[in-house]
Design a binder for this molecule. Sequence first.
Ligand SMILES: [Zn+2]
Length: 214
Amino acid sequence: MTFVMVGGRLSLDFVATLTERRHEPVEQLLEPRDLSTWAGEVALVDEDLDVSPDELAEARALREAMHRVVLARTAEGQLRAADIAALNRAARHAPVALQLAWSGGLRRRGDVRQVLASIVRDVLELLDSDQLARVRECDREECTRLYVDASRTRNRRWCDMAECGNRAKVAAFRRRQHGWDERTGPLWTGPPVPLTAIRGREEPLRRSEVVPDP
Ligand SMILES: [Zn+2]
């Protein structure tokens, strides 16, 4: 498995082929064959796709339109007529064809246009579903992956605990090590401060009383 699939929807996993959008975007669909690999890994098609550079560019543009529309419907962002038109255009094509094999399994066949149609149909269904209210962006600020929070308590914070959850925790730990606590601000690192005038006591305030330890 080359690609991370944590979105809970085909379309969100496709949108997640570009991450860290607000910082230095990380593109995973670098070459035409990457789109073919992705379609194989999500089991959209059984055979390799023949992808031209133009089709890759089209797929990326469609992906960004999908991202903007989902953001506009769930968080911040403006709904653009051009993005809606792009989604509707792609959705007009037939999706990947499913065929029942004699052996009992399914065969999935299609070209790039059909693959994109299948992905766009998924995002259109998401936009019209109750799941839309559960779409979240990963809490690790740099990540920017979107996912459907299917947790019972609706408090999932990260797209992927192993990747972003742990990285966020390590980053928070490092900030605390360097005298910064994300909840309380700078930690006191100087000598103990006598606050008898304030507290009316003789002994210096212990560090743990200056700011609560996390
Ligand atoms: Zn993440």
